[in-house]
Design a protein around this ligand. Structure first.
Ligand code: MEV
Length: 352
């Protein structure tokens, strides 16, 4: 039996998220947490998708809501999970429309170390790994750039407006600069960072919101668009400042000038707050990191909204105070992860 395993890294946007959707520069890196998609055959026709262990608050809450066993929920109930796997469904539709795939039954199992809706690229990772695994399984000739472009098309279809940042990092790994929607790979040194993730929604929140949260990026990107239209002249300056900030951060990183790099992360966080993507809980994580001695801290990825429980992640350049910062993040209710930048991109293996 032919079995294909495709694995891809999580991403962390160092500078320029949101602004990059409008052509401004962004710098992102792959981090050492991975997601894998394993494709094998099944007797019945069609696709059967098992989400074995994607860490996600949404599925856990629905689990209690539905009063079904863990196994039963994870493997059988796709009603509530259907939004969470919107990217998988869209990926399969896209591949069937554009390539000679299908015709035989496919078992698709997703294993992930990347929390969902945390700003760490789980959606892009799912698209890239699913595309790579299915193309290989159905012997569709491809290369990395082809996979990246396919994954970006799927992300745009689900998210409405998506920059190439997340799918480029999942595919290529390392570091990527995106400028005017062009992807440039950069050979930069590895950094030790901390990611602080708020993955739980408040118990008081309406349980039906958990399904919406799985399409959080789309909602937040739309909120930024609306705000930008309301305050277009002010937002023009903010977006230009963000672009210049990424350019200066790149120089600081190349020179290994970490004090400047951290200071620029703090400024980037302020700009993200100005465009409305910093909820209270993530704001607190940044402040606590800064007062615990971090060189810099900022929201990373799409950010969050208070109305959606304030879930999301912050990225911290810890300097000498790693342990102190991690304790501060954990005391504020976050999961604090040590991460390394520059992780390897897509890996595809075949087993017979
Ligand atoms: C999401 O990880 C990053 C955003 O900039 C959206 C995008 O680039 O498509 C918020």
């Amino acid at each position: 039996m032919k079995i294909i395993r495709a694995s891809v890294p999580a991403k962390a946007i160092l500078f320029g998220e949101h602004f990059v959707v409008y052509g401004k520069r962004a710098l992102a890196t792959a981090i050492n947490r991975r997601l894998e998609v394993v494709v094998s055959s099944r007797e019945k026709s069609g696709y059967h998708v098992k989400i074995a262990n994607i860490p996600t608050f949404g599925l856990q809450l629905n689990l209690e809501h539905e009063k079904v066993g863990r196994e039963a929920y994870l493997y059988k109930d796709y009603d509530n999970a259907s939004k969470a796997i919107a990217y998988v469904k869209k990926t399969i539709d896209y591949l069937e429309e554009n390539y000679e795939i299908g015709g035989k039954g496919v078992e698709l199992e997703i294993n992930s170390e990347i929390p969902l809706s945390a700003g760490l690229g789980s959606s892009a990772a799912t698209c890239v790994a699913t595309i790579a695994a299915l193309k290989e399984y159905f012997d569709v000739a491809t290369d990395l750039e082809g996979i990246r472009k396919d994954a970006h098309s799927v992300e745009k279809a689900v998210q409405g407006n998506a920059s190439p940042v997340d799918t480029a990092i999942s595919t290529y790994g390392g570091y990527v600069l995106v400028e005017d929607a062009e992807v440039k790979r950069l050979p930069l040194a590895e950094l030790d960072l901390i990611v602080g993730t708020i993955g739980s929604i408040p118990l008081s929140m309406d349980i039906t919101k958990t399904a919406e949260i799985s399409l959080k990026t789309k909602t937040i990107v739309e909120a930024v668009k609306a705000r930008r239209e309301s305050f277009s002249s002010i937002f023009g300056h903010i977006f230009d400042a963000a672009d210049e900030l990424t350019a200066q951060a790149l120089i600081a990183l190349e020179r290994k000038d970490f004090a400047t790099l951290g200071a620029l992360m703090n400024v980037n966080h302020g700009l993200l707050d100005a465009i409305g993507v910093v909820p209270r809980r993530l704001s607190e994580l940044v402040k606590r990191s800064q007062e615990s001695g971090a060189l810099g801290a900022k929201v990373t990825g799409a950010g969050g909204l208070d109305a959606m429980g304030g879930v999301g992640s912050v990225l911290v350049l810890p300097g000498e105070q790693k342990d102190r910062i991690k304790v501060a993040l954990e005391m504020a209710g976050a999961l604090a992860l040590d991460v390394k930048t520059g992780e390897t991109g897509l890996k595809v293996e075949q087993f017979v």
